[in-house]
Design a protein around this ligand. Structure first.
Ligand code: TXE
Length: 479
């Protein structure tokens, strides 16, 4: 019998085990460090039943009371920050601090900040007519049970992004974390259930290929699915959700372009560009994934980026010197290797990296490739790993067209000293968020989401909160 710690599901406020368990791997060692209950469709049924039973009471709470309880969840996260940070590093591999401070500390700290901010959001009744004839009010009502399906790259943070607005709006939740990173989420849901009424937040864990995800997306008792993950899985979820006409928020992949104009200070922007592309090993939906650089300073900027890539410290996330950890899983490492092999075949020149690093874990050297254009996999697909194509351009109007020639539309950035020109170019990029002189930074009050194949709907702020509600219009005639 294995001595590994065992994490249970949480259904109706109680820990629930299953007939079997599955192992969770530490990507820095390739070895299992925990076991998790391998749930199935019957557990989804039980969790949905608990969430449905809890819904009327939770939805009927005074708004201020729900806000207070969500504020209490922020305190729970804060009080357990060291343990949660340790679990984040164990299951994702990301360093405790990390390149540009993007690591486990940011993940748990961000979870606290988002929870606090979401506790303060409110969608008051909107009055669109109030005169002698009639009063017309627009009310926001909770949907019922929300199903949340999360990925492995930011497991706790993304769970918080899903759960908190759902709860704030008065819904109850059934949450399924990625089979690759269920542990931090399981611990958080356990802690949260000491604060929330039973059934308000339920956790069902499933092994790879289990029936848990499909059972949620087809379940007649779930009103909405909020999903963050790949475009391919997003399409399956949308198909499965059709029969019950579920509401959907889908935050899918991105292949964000960054465009560097010739007026920049190369030495000043290089570290910012490097961090935007390589933080969390490129495993963030809104990492900079295609870098277009003007011919005037192309060689100079490439040299700066290569120096940064060679200097960055890759290692175990618990080593305080590590800025980048391993890639989170073997499948993703192999995907990065396949895209690198394709880049070689397509004539790309590797200025650095291009290989695994020694060790039992899934480590890969930060890699910069030049000499490729659209039409190669490395430029057209998101590698979701530490490999960046740097692409030369000479005409600004043309590069906007090239950047837009991609099925993704999550984020993009313009890097320039002339901010007026940069802002004008920003509005021509086809994506949900454009940054000028930064890339990928999100905040709890600004909507974030993709267009084209990058998703449907937005998260964060009032626009994000509204997606967890339905509208009821009430018209009262005045005589
Ligand atoms: O994601 P999946 P994977 C991208 C990245 C990566 C690729 C594949 O390019 O290489 O996705 O990663 C659950 N019904 N992103 O395979 O499959 C699954 O259990 C319901 C971008 O890990 O999308 C997990 O909980 N659920 C992304 C979740 O979906 C299903 C972050 C995500 O898994 C399901 C991560 C089904 N049929 C990867 N099949 C981003 N947007 O940031 C799987 N799942």
């Amino acid at each position: 019998m294995s001595e590994l710690p065992l994490y249970s599901m949480i259904i109706d406020g109680k820990p629930v085990l299953a007939a079997t368990t599955f192992d969770v791997i530490n990507p820095a060692s390739g070895a299992a460090f925990a076991r998790v209950a391998a749930g199935d469709a019957t557990h989804v049924d039980a969790a949905v039943a608990a969430a449905r039973a809890a819904f009327p009471g939770w939805a009927a709470l005074p708004d201020g009371e729900r806000s207070r309880l969500i504020g209490a969840l922020a305190e729970v996260l804060q009080a357990n920050m060291p343990e949660l940070m340790r679990l984040v590093t164990l299951e994702t591999g990301k360093p405790q601090d990390g390149l540009n401070h993007v690591g486990a500390g940011m993940e748990v700290g961000g979870a606290i900040a988002w929870t606090q901010a979401t506790s303060q959001l409110a969608l008051p009744v909107e009055v669109v007519q109030d005169n002698a004839e009639a009063r017309v009010e627009v009310h926001r009502k909770p949907l019922g049970v929300v199903g949340s399906i999360t990925p492995w790259n930011w497991p706790l943070m993304i769970a918080i992004w899903h759960i908190m607005p759902a709860l704030r709006a008065g819904n109850t939740v059934v949450l399924k974390p990625s089979e690759l990173t269920p542990v931090t989420t399981a611990r958080f849901v356990e802690l949260a259930n000491a604060v929330l009424p039973p059934g308000v937040l339920n956790l069902v864990t499933g092994a790879a290929g289990s029936a848990v995800g499909p059972a949620m997306t087809t379940h007649p008792g779930i009103e909405k699915i909020v999903f963050t993950g790949s475009t391919a899985t997003g399409r399956k979820i949308m198909g499965n959700a059709a029969a019950t006409l579920k509401r959907l928020t889908l935050e899918l992949g991105g292949n964000d372009a960054g465009i560097v104009l010739p007026d920049v200070d190369v030495k000043a922007v290089a570290p910012k560009l490097f961090a935007a592309a390589f933080h969390n090993n490129g495993q963030t939906c809104a990492c900079l994934k295609r870098l277009y650089v003007h011919a005037d300073m192309y060689d100079e900027l490439c040299a700066e980026l290569v120096a940064l890539a060679r200097a960055v410290k890759v290692g175990d996330g618990f080593d305080p010197a590590s800025e980048l950890g391993p890639i989170q899983n073997r499948m993703q490492l192999e995907k990065v290797e396949a895209i690198a092999a394709d880049a070689h075949r397509a004539g790309g020149q590797f200025l650095c990296g291009g290989e695994r690093l020694p060790g039992p874990g899934y480590f890969y050297a930060p890699t910069i490739v030049v000499g490729l254009d659209e039409g190669s996999r490395l430029v057209d697909e998101e590698p979701f790993g530490p490999i960046l194509p740097v692409i030369k351009y000479s005409d600004v109007d043309e590069v906007i067209v090239r950047a837009n020639r991609n099925s993704n539309g999550l984020g993009g950035s313009i890097w320039a000293r002339d901010l007026v020109r940069a802002a004008a170019l920003a509005s021509r990029l086809e994506c949900g968020t454009v940054w000028v002189n930064e890339h990928g930074a999100v905040q709890p009050d600004a909507p974030f989401g993709g267009i084209k194949q990058s998703g449907i709907g937005v998260e964060f702020g009032l626009h994000g909160l509204a997606e967890f509600t339905s509208i009821q219009t009430i018209k009262v005639m005045q005589d």
